[in-house]
Design a protein around this ligand. Structure first.
Ligand code: ZN
Ligand code: ZN
Length: 137
């Protein structure tokens, strides 16, 4: 229970659970992850495939990566949340994005990749003016 990694999409149609810890938690700055997440980077939890159970109707999109692998990314067909990635470069693993965990504070990244693509402002994000709720301007 307490040691499982559970998550779901924004609308709840897709649910997943893993009974084991991720083997790695990697921040990825590649352009595809920026496009896929619509954000500055993806936070990818690598689990062994047979240790993750996913339920719900996933849509998928396949594309070759800059490293030359074939990457299948899945997302909820209802709300569009990004759920998993399968890469031919990591045939034993499935990637889940940290933001979809029911408790995203459970993990901390241990490395980052495609670092030349890092958006310059992310290194100083803690210096930005902060609002506790919606921004005002
Ligand atoms: Zn959904
Ligand atoms: Zn990436």
């Amino acid at each position: 229970m307490g040691n499982s990694f559970d998550g779901c999409c924004m609308c709840g149609a897709i649910q997943y659970t893993s009974t084991s810890e991720p083997v790695a938690t990697v921040v990825c700055h590649c352009r595809d992850c920026q496009k896929h997440t619509g954000s500055a980077f993806a936070t990818a939890l690598f689990f062994l495939k047979d240790q993750v159970n996913i339920s719900g109707d996933l849509k998928s999109f396949e594309k070759e990566t800059d490293a030359g692998n074939s990457m299948t990314r899945t997302f909820c067909g209802k709300c569009g949340s990004h759920i998993t990635e399968f890469s031919t470069g990591y045939p034993e693993h499935v990637v889940v994005h940290a933001g979809t965990l029911n408790d995203p504070t459970k993990v901390s990244p241990d490395s980052q990749c495609w670092t030349p693509g890092t958006l310059h402002w992310t290194n100083d994000i803690h210096k930005l003016k902060g609002y506790e709720k919606d921004p005002e301007f």
